[in-house]
Design a protein around this ligand. Structure first.
Ligand code: GLN
Length: 193
């Protein structure tokens, strides 16, 4: 049994909770810093990264989240969550939590394609993973220690660095729960070590 939290300051929280629910997983809606201590892994939902960052600071989550990552506990960010995890954001001086060695560009898809759906090959997850993009970021560059999990039109849209996973799209908005199962397996693995 693993205990996984969804950071519930803003964004698509309920959808992630639904995707994570499984016999081997207890899901916690995280609203208070104290709840982090009981978790084996944490999900950052999609939403608006600037708002999320403001709330992270307002509720004193910043250092505890950095600590959570430093303890080696797995994290999974989707869309705005990916932006929170990147160590560089195009056009900004610094990243937010900076847990994945990658540079991201916010709202990277053109106007006409601000939102769209497609099927993607995602390494370790599946050949035809349903991917919903909503004003999505993309990953411009990754460090040597980062594994590219998926590309869309030659652009990187999902990556993994050790126990940290991130994708540009929203697996939580589909009935395809394989990306969440993959994250649960990363959490299970990290708990064994
Ligand atoms: N464009 C949003 C941001 O920059 C992300 C959009 C999303 O999470 N659907 O935070």
């Amino acid at each position: 049994m693993v205990k996984i939290g969804v950071l519930a300051l803003q964004g698509a929280v309920r959808e992630h909770v639904k995707c994570l629910q499984a016999p081997n997983t207890e899901v916690v809606v995280v609203k208070k810093v104290e709840q982090l201590a009981e978790l084996d892994g944490l999900v950052f939902p999609g939403g608006e990264s600037t708002t999320m960052r403001r709330l992270i600071d307002l509720y004193g989550f910043f250092e505890p989240l950095k600590q959570f990552a430093a303890e080696g506990k797995p994290m999974f960010g989707t869309c705005a969550g990916l932006i929170l995890m990147a160590d560089q954001i195009d056009g900004q001086e610094s990243g937010h939590l900076s847990v994945i060695n990658m540079k991201v560009q916010r709202n990277a898809f053109g106007r006409q394609r601000e939102s769209f759906e497609t099927d993607l090959h995602v390494t370790g997850v599946g050949e035809d993973v349903r991917a919903v993009f909503i004003r999505a970021p993309l990953i411009l560059e990754v460090g040597n220690d980062v594994e590219v999990l998926s590309k869309y039109n030659d652009e990187i849209v999902a990556a993994r660095q050790g126990q940290f996973l991130a994708c540009s799209f929203h697996p939580e908005l589909t009935d395809d729960h394989r990306f969440h199962q993959y994250f649960v397996s990363v959490v299970e693995e990290s708990k064994k070590n």
